[in-house]
Design a binder for this molecule. Structure first.
Ligand SMILES: [Fe+2]
Length: 247
């Protein structure tokens, strides 16, 4: 079978709450590879608290080259950005923030601690991305308290061609039962397009094997495979997605 395609992680030092060094990234990504990951995206935060600046972009690009050299082709290591739904994006060119090798941007749903009262800014940001010819990938909708009690909103936005990315950690119950239930509902009703790790550091690592086993056991291997191997990304791919065998 194909290896896992993990489109959401913080496996690059960028000054956010992900890994702090190239060494740390390489160690965790190699462990991910040993657990079946073939393509590892690093998606540092782009948000008011961790702004998308030229300096940060240069830092991420330099770290990417160092990490790639150290990985020696054992993992296809790519970079994107995890965009927070904030007004600054509406003045930015989404193509600068897109996922390497995909006509898409990863746009997270607002988390409860950021205190949004509605999805207006999120939807405006997604429409701004779509207007640039890119597909918004909705990051962890199950973790958003404006959405996880009313998953019809995911249905509506997927109806526009947007994709839904569920966190592996949510399915494993690491963000509470309400988030876990919403994640499983999205998987079991066919409204999850991709499962990704959102791995940050060793205490929240970028592994997908455990969640894959659980989804395969509960929903069937045929349903699990496309979610973990990036099947939904194929129409958006501008670089080939490898057909590697997991270790
Ligand atoms: Fe993230």
């Amino acid at each position: 079978m194909q290896g896992f395609v993990d489109i959401h992680s913080h496996m690059i030092p960028s000054g956010d709450d992900g890994v702090r060094s190239v060494d740390e990234a390489v160690e965790l990504v190699l462990e991910a590879a040993s657990r079946g990951t073939a393509v590892q995206y690093a998606t540092p935060h782009a948000m008011d608290r961790h702004p998308f600046t030229d300096e940060r972009r240069r830092r991420v690009t330099a770290a990417r080259e160092q990490i790639r050299a150290r990985l020696e082709g054992r993992v296809d290591f790519r970079v994107g950005w995890e965009i927070s739904p904030e007004p600054w994006l509406l003045d930015a060119d989404p193509r600068m923030l897109s996922m390497e090798g995909l006509d898409a941007c990863l746009l997270e749903l607002p988390l409860p601690h950021t205190g949004p009262r509605n999805l207006n800014t999120f939807v405006a940001c997604g429409e701004h991305i779509a207007a640039a010819g890119l597909v918004p990938i909705m990051g962890h909708p199950e973790r958003c308290d404006l959405v996880n009690g009313d998953l019809d909103q995911v249905t509506e936005l997927r109806g526009r061609g947007w994709l839904a990315q569920v966190n592996a950690s949510s399915l494993l119950g690491r963000h509470g039962s309400c988030v876990q239930d919403a994640g499983w509902t999205l998987v079991e009703t066919g409204r999850a397009d991709i499962v990704a790790s959102d791995g940050h550091r060793a205490n929240r690592p970028p592994w997908l094997d455990e969640a894959f086993a659980v989804v395969a056991a509960r929903a069937g291997r045929e349903r699990a495979l496309p979610l973990f191997t990036g099947a939904a990304l194929a129409p958006l791919a501008t670089l080939p997605l490898p057909q590697a065998e997991p270790a």
